[in-house]
Design a protein around this ligand. Structure first.
Ligand SMILES: Nc1ncnc2c1ncn2[C@@H]1O[C@H](COP(=O)(O)OP(=O)(O)O)[C@@H](O)[C@H]1O
Ligand SMILES: [Mg+2]
Length: 225
C-alpha cells in the first residue's frame, strides 16, 4: 500500500511541484500517472523512493511512515522498490549479467544464488541468455527488458516506472507492456507515461496530474486531460 496524505513539494524560486496531493494505492494495484511535462509525475515517484522530501504531508508505505522524522532506514525501503526509466540507465561498462545482479552483489548474496536469480528474472522478461554481452550490443527494447529484470530482482514488491516506453516504437512498447501485465499480479506498480494508446487500451486506474495537482482518479480510465 502506498498512501499520500496532503503531500506538497516546493522547490526554491517558488515552484510548487506538488500541491496537497492525496491518494491510496492498494498492494498489487496498477496505476498510470499521466499529465503534461512538469505536472509532478516524477516528483511523486521520487518521494516514494525518498529521493525528495515533502514540504508537508504524510507518505505511508504499508505501515511505514517514510515522512516521519523517526524514519531512517532508507536502504531497506529502497530494497523493496524497483525503478525503470525512459533512458534505461543501464551501466555501459558492465555486461548484462553485472547490470542485473548489481543490487544483489552489494547485499553479499552468494554467487550461486545470484546466478539463479538472474536466470529467473531474464526468463520473466522473456530474454534469451545474453548475459555476457554489453549494453551497446543490444536493441532499445532489449535494454528496457534488462532494466525491468534489474528492477524486479530480489523480489521487490513495488515497481516505479518513469515513462518506460518513451524511447521505444509502438510494437516494442507493447512487448514491454506484456511484461508489466505479467508483473502486476504480484507487484504494486506506478507507471508514469505520455503514451495515450497504452493508457486507453489497458483500462487500469489512472491518476491525472496537472500543475502539481491530482485532478482526476479514475478506476478504469483512459488518457483524457
Ligand atoms: N530539482 C528541481 N528544482 C526545481 N524545480 C524542479 C526540480 N525538479 C522538478 N522541478 C519542477 O517541479 C515540477 C514538477 O516536475 P516533475 O515532477 O519532474 O514533472 P513531470 O515528471 O510530470 O514532467 C516542474 O515544474 C519542474 O520544473
Ligand atoms: Mg517526469
Amino acid at each position: 500500500m502506498i498512501k499520500f496524505e496532503n503531500v506538497s513539494v516546493r522547490f526554491g524560486s517558488g515552484i510548487t511541484a506538488l500541491n496537497t496531493v492525496s491518494f491510496e494505492i492498494d498492494t498489487n494495484d496498477f496505476v498510470f500517472l499521466v499529465g503534461p511535462s512538469g505536472a509532478g509525475k516524477t516528483t511523486i515517484l521520487k518521494l516514494i523512493l525518498k529521493q525528495l522530501e515533502a514540504a508537508q504531508g504524510t507518505i505511508l508505505v504499508d505501515d511505514l511512515n517514510i515522512t516521519s522524522n523517526r524514519f531512517h532506514d532508507i536502504e531497506t525501503l529502497r530494497r523493496r522498490i524497483g525503478v525503470i526509466f525512459q533512458d534505461f540507465k543501464i551501466l555501459p561498462d558492465k555486461n548484462i549479467f553485472e547490470n542485473i545482479a548489481l543490487s544483489l552483489k552489494i547485499q553479499h548474496i552468494s554467487n550461486a544464488e545470484i546466478r539463479n536469480n538472474v536466470e529467473e528474472v531474464l526468463h520473466l522478461v522473456g530474454l534469451p541468455n545474453k548475459t555476457l554481452l554489453f549494453p551497446s550490443q543490444l536493441s532499445a527494447g532489449e535494454l528496457q527488458r534488462i532494466a525491468i529484470a534489474r528492477a524486479i530482482i530480489g523480489n521487490r514488491d513495488i515497481i516505479l516506472a518513469d515513462e518506460p516506453t518513451g524511447n521505444l516504437d509502438p510494437k516494442t512498447s507493447w512487448e514491454i507492456m506484456k511484461i508489466f501485465k505479467k508483473l502486476e499480479k504480484k507487484k504494486t506498480i506506478v507507471f508514469a507515461t505520455h503514451n495515450t494508446d497504452i493508457v486507453n487500451s489497458m483500462r487500469r486506474r489512472v491518476f491525472v496530474m496537472k500543475d502539481g495537482h491530482l485532478v482526476k482518479d479514475s478506476k478504469k480510465g483512459g488518457y483524457d486531460i
